[in-house]
Design a protein around this ligand. Structure first.
Ligand SMILES: Cc1cc2nc3c(=O)[nH]c(=O)nc-3n(C[C@H](O)[C@H](O)[C@H](O)COP(=O)(O)O)c2cc1C
Ligand SMILES: CC(C)CC(=O)C(=O)O
Length: 376
């Protein structure tokens, strides 16, 4: 396993194709899924030389959490689909690497049990909790209480899902439910009937900023909004007292044909103007990808599918190796860029190609991409 793509290939060879499709897939034509990765390939790095440093500093402080690197685990549902230990394995690997893990509300191990497993290692759990605000306020409050009691140190509220994205691979494959024996453990006992069932997770098309105001009054944990794309919404989030933003298009799984997150980053960062941290996810597969996002103003990046692939390939050990690999690539890229600290990563390191054919992987027709072959 030398690259993230090696994990992807190995995972696909091991997994039920229906589950592999659930992980890799996106909404509709998957134009945004492809655009996310392609955008990184289009940007260039222009390094500085003779600024040597024997070691690089990769650690960060983010919303009261400390991490050994600016790569965090974005929330992904259903880890037991790919490994019998599920989120326990992922969380142990994240803790061993000193990385922040955002636990999905749709985890197949309860958030309290995940936190216990990390504490049992003697590690200081850096767990954040991802929340879909539920139409039933009491259910949302119970979920927040469960996450808070578990020791989670931030709430990541996903706001790009008023309705569930149309994963046509899942529809074609008839994948609508977890297999017998697996359930969303955070939802157990929250409603009569289907105990911990996926269908207990309701999408709330009625969500608006007042819900965020309510949440702000309800919890003292830092609130991160995940899935904000428009710079105007970034400004509104700051005004509503949000503590951080996760610039994300849900890995292309919600609204198809939205731009790559990397492409939106400069304008987004300008709108936020340093008032709160901006994290980016979507298509991060290489240390160079992380460096490009950090240079353009992200405080950290998140990875989604790579974690699922590594977990499928090798369980806890697989995720450990994935995180080591990305850490090594990040360190190596910093060295090659003449950077010894993350603060040395500035926009001048990054360039948009100004002539010639578009480098990097092909993008499907219709993909919105400012970086491709554009003369600026
Ligand atoms: C299998 C899978 C499950 C996901 N589950 C969730 C989830 O439960 N909640 C959420 O907010 N985002 C979820 N996401 C989106 C990720 O948090 C993240 O935004 C996305 O995967 C990042 O793009 P990448 O996969 O290209 O790294 C999921 C993504 C995948 C691939
Ligand atoms: C709706 C969730 C259960 C999972 C999710 O967000 C996703 O698969 O992208």
């Amino acid at each position: 396993m030398l690259t993230v793509h090696d994990f992807e290939t190995a995972a696909r060879a091991k997994l039920d194709p229906v589950h592999a499709d659930f992980i890799a897939g996106g909404a509709r034509d998957e134009i945004t899924v492809r655009a996310n990765e392609a955008a990184f390939g289009r940007l260039q790095l222009l390094p500085r030389v003779l600024r040597g440093s024997a070691v690089r500093e990769l650690d960060i402080a983010l919303l009261g959490s400390r991490a050994s690197m600016p790569i965090l685990l974005s929330p992904t549902a259903f880890h037991k689909l790919v490994d019998p230990e599920g989120e326990l394995a992922t969380a142990r690997a994240a803790a061993a690497a000193g990385a922040i893990m955002i636990v999905s509300m749709a985890s197949t191990v309860a958030v309290g049990d995940i936190a216990d497993a990390v504490r049992a290692m003697g590690a200081d759990a850096q767990l954040w909790f991802q929340l879909y605000i539920q139409p039933d306020r009491e259910i949302t409050e119970t979920l927040i209480r469960r996450a808070t009691d578990a020791g989670c140190s931030a709430l990541v509220v996903t706001v790009d899902s008023p309705v569930l994205g149309a994963g046509e691979r899942n529809r074609r494959n008839g994948f609508h439910d977890l297999p017998p024996g697996l359930r969303c453990e955070n939802l157990v006992d929250l409603r009569d009937g289907e105990r911990g069932h996926v269908r207990q997770i309701a999408m709330s098309p009625e969500l608006n900023w007042q819900h965020i105001d309510w949440l702000r009054r309800t919890t003292s944990l830092p609130i991160v909004l995940k899935g904000v794309l428009h710079p105007e919404d970034a400004r509104l989030a700051v005004r509503h007292g949000v503590d951080g933003l996760l610039l994300s298009n849900h890995g292309g799984r919600q609204l198809d044909t939205v731009p790559a997150t990397l492409e939106l980053l400069p304008e987004f960062v300008a709108a936020v103007a340093g008032r709160i941290p901006v994290i980016l996810d979507g298509g991060v597969r290489r240390g160079t990808d992380a460096v490009k996002a950090l240079a353009l103003g992200a405080s950290a990046v998140g990875i989604g599918r790579p974690v699922m692939w590594a977990l499928a390939e090798g369980g806890e050990d697989g995720v450990r190796r994935l995180l080591e690999l990305l850490r090594d690539e990040l360190d190596d890229t910093l060295a090659l860029c003449g950077a010894s600290r993350l603060a040395d990563l500035t926009p001048e390191l990054v360039r948009v190609p100004t002539w010639g054919p578009t480098p990097g992987p092909a993008v499907a027709p219709g993909a919105d991409n400012r970086f491709g072959g554009v003369i600026e």
